[in-house]
Design a protein around this ligand. Structure first.
Ligand code: TYD
Length: 210
């Protein structure tokens, strides 16, 4: 087993259908196979708030406003940070997240909440990632993929223009740890790319114990 000198947080983000869940899982599998101690986790979580959020997203928002929705995502994340993310990092593991607070910036930002305000709220408790992989894809292509692979009904126009705004906010993110990846590339090529970036990061920061 390779031991690390400290924990590493790796985040995958993108609009629905971009392929981030697949890429997060592939990176997790490659790291595990190469004898790194890694953990894969996702948001919304399976916790109380995460379950409420999935119901809200799948079943329609009803009279829950954007500000309230934001509070739920923050509560869900707070629990995730305390119970999974911080303990994992403390144990020098590689924590891989399928969505994190950049999703809140983009999705709740696209509902009208100020993205800077969302980021500020999150920075108060959620650690910054070491690496952020943003898989970029035109929203129409993402919707097409979801329909094909999951047989989901997405109510076209409204959903598409919402995801377009989400994609725009994602695209405007500017962070030193952000890597933009073209979602139109093959699964294999994208996976090779995230693997190269991750292992280069571990080497360059001299994080592997010997
Ligand atoms: P997703 O990872 O796409 O779930 P699934 O794998 O079940 O399809 O996430 C569900 C939805 O939650 C997705 O449309 C994006 C949304 N979301 C937000 O709006 N804000 C957030 O902060 C997060 C984490 C997710």
């Amino acid at each position: 087993m390779h031991r690390l000198k400290k924990g590493v947080l790796i985040v995958f983000e993108g609009v629905d259908g971009a392929g981030k869940s697949t890429q997060a899982r592939l990176l997790y599998e490659r790291l595990t196979k190469a004898h790194f101690e890694a953990e894969l986790s996702k948001e919304p979580t399976e916790g109380t708030w995460g379950k409420k959020l999935r119901k809200l997203i799948d079943g329609g928002r009803g009279d829950v406003g954007p500000q309230e929705e934001l509070e739920w995502f923050i509560k869900d994340r707070f629990q995730h940070v305390e119970e999974i993310i911080k303990p994992g990092l403390k144990n020098n593991k590689i924590i891989i997240l399928d969505r994190y607070y950049f999703s809140t910036i983009a999705y709740q930002g696209a509902l009208g909440v100020d993205p800077r305000e969302i980021e500020k709220r999150n920075n108060e408790f959620a650690p910054e990632p070491n690496l952020l992989f943003l898989i970029e894809i035109p929203p129409a292509a993402g919707i097409k993929r979801i329909k094909k692979s999951r047989g989901e009904k997405t109510d076209s126009f409204e959903r598409e223009s919402y995801l377009f705004r989400v994609g725009q906010i994602f695209h405007s993110l500017d962070k030193p740890f952000l890597y933009r990846l073209p979602g139109k590339e093959s699964v294999q090529k994208l996976s090779d790319r995230t693997w190269e970036i991750t292992t280069a990061y571990l080497r360059e920061h001299n994080l592997i114990e010997r």
